[in-house]
Write a protein that binds this ligand. Structure first.
Ligand SMILES: [Zn+2]
Length: 162
């Protein structure tokens, strides 16, 4: 056998490692997809305000096996209600339902929301918006279970809104 210069051996070794790594990454990725596909029921759409004070409360609204596709705006659903941007929300929900087979959607508003305050609105408006948007979404996506909650920003306790 011809003697291979040491830098070439190093090159071959590096190439081999890169190949092994790539195969590992590809296999891992594929397994991840299959895994997620089998657990398609675990995908949930969560509509929330971007306010970081409700991060914990939002996490608590999910079951351990649920993966959230988060639609986050300043003002949560109020963002879509102003200037009639609801079709925007429908389009995002439609895409996520189609792509991930989402069967559950969680709508949230939270107390002391700066967005509502700026509009001189309080909890009553937040509740009314939750009810109205829930009804509209249910009319548009009858196959999706829709839950809605008002989150207490100070205690992180969420109250279901029917
Ligand atoms: Zn807010």
């Amino acid at each position: 056998m011809k003697k291979v210069p040491s830098f070439q051996r190093l090159n071959i070794l590096i190439n081999l490692w890169v190949t092994v790594l790539l195969i590992a990454v590809i296999l891992n990725g594929t397994q991840g997809q299959v895994y997620a596909g089998e657990k398609g029921d675990g995908y949930v759409i969560l509509v929330r305000c971007a306010d970081p004070r409700i991060n914990d409360a939002c996490m608590q609204l999910l079951n351990p096996e649920e993966q959230a596709a988060v639609i986050s705006n300043t003002g949560s659903i109020k963002y879509f209600l102003l200037e009639d941007k609801l079709p925007d929300l429908y389009e995002q929900v439609r895409l996520l339902v189609h792509k991930f087979g989402v069967k559950k959607l969680i709508l949230t508003n939270h107390t002391h929301c700066g967005f509502y305050k700026r509009l001189s609105l309080g909890n009553e408006a937040e509740l009314a918006d939750l009810r109205a948007v829930k009804r509209k979404l249910f009319g548009t996506f009858p196959e999706v279970e829709i839950k809605s909650y008002l989150i207490d920003t100070e205690t992180s306790i969420s109250v279901p809104v029917e």
